[in-house]
Design a protein around this ligand. Structure first.
Ligand code: ATP
Ligand code: MG
Length: 204
């Protein structure tokens, strides 16, 4: 089957979305010549049990606001509309059905997420459904990432492609913390998202 389309999938909780996510998705798009990148805000993320995640609709809205200026970026509701916990394997399976066999999926992930990929549900299927991209992220040493990529190759026979991204030392955790403490979050995320957070009193 000849591949006609290359579609990037950028998973995340996006609580809130910030420039680290956006720069990473854009770097993946240009490097891997993707036709589009679909942001998929998680519905009920299994790994985030230590704090109360903001309602999905709110995170979905902020993601729409953030990607608005990029014609190649889209947002999907698949994970939000799914009941129960959100697993990447289910999302990729669903996109495979929607896009069909002549579309190649590229899953875009930051180094921290790749480092614990072996704990993911059905890792083998995840790696079979897509080309997996591991983006560098400040604070997560490249040597550790390289070791993990070798381990994945040995275990599953699959190549995960490393992607060097302009370092943005930003996290949603830090943004939530700053809002709570009344510290500025300007220039860490799109202004539209910053205003939405302010207007709706999120993270206070
Ligand atoms: P939190 O602090 O709540 O975990 P986060 O900033 O890590 O939030 P997530 O929604 O957990 O954001 O991340 C979604 C995806 O984006 C993950 O694959 C993560 O590795 C990647 N990512 C997040 N921030 C960055 C960044 N600054 N640089 C590169 N990749 C990032
Ligand atoms: Mg995270």
């Amino acid at each position: 089957m000849k591949i006609k389309n290359r579609v990037g999938v950028m998973g995340g909780t996006f609580d809130p979305i910030h420039y680290g996510h956006l720069v990473t998705a854009e770097a993946a798009r240009t490097t891997f010549k993707l036709d589009e990148v679909i942001f998929t805000p998680a519905g009920n993320p299994p790994h985030k049990k230590d704090y109360e995640v903001t309602p999905a609709e709110e995170r979905y809205l902020m993601t729409i606001l953030a990607i608005n200026s990029n014609p190649y970026f889209k947002v999907s509701r698949v994970e939000i509309d799914r009941h129960g916990l959100t697993y990447t394997v289910d999302t990729l399976c669903e996109f495979k059905k929607i896009y069909g066999p002549d579309t190649a999926l590229y899953f875009i992930s930051g180094a921290d997420a790749v480092l614990d990929i072996l704990t993911w549900k059905d890792v083998r299927d995840v790696l079979n459904y897509c080309t997996f991209i591991a983006a560098t992220r400040p604070g997560y040493p490249i040597e550790k990432l390289d070791q993990k990529l070798i381990q994945i190759k040995n275990l599953y026979g699959k190549v995960v492609y490393p992607l060097q991204v302009t370092g943005m030392d930003i996290s949603s955790t830090e943004i939530r913390k700053r809002v709570k403490q009344g510290i500025s979050i300007k220039y860490l995320l799109p202004e539209s998202v910053e205003l939405h957070i302010k207007k709706h009193g999120l993270y206070r």
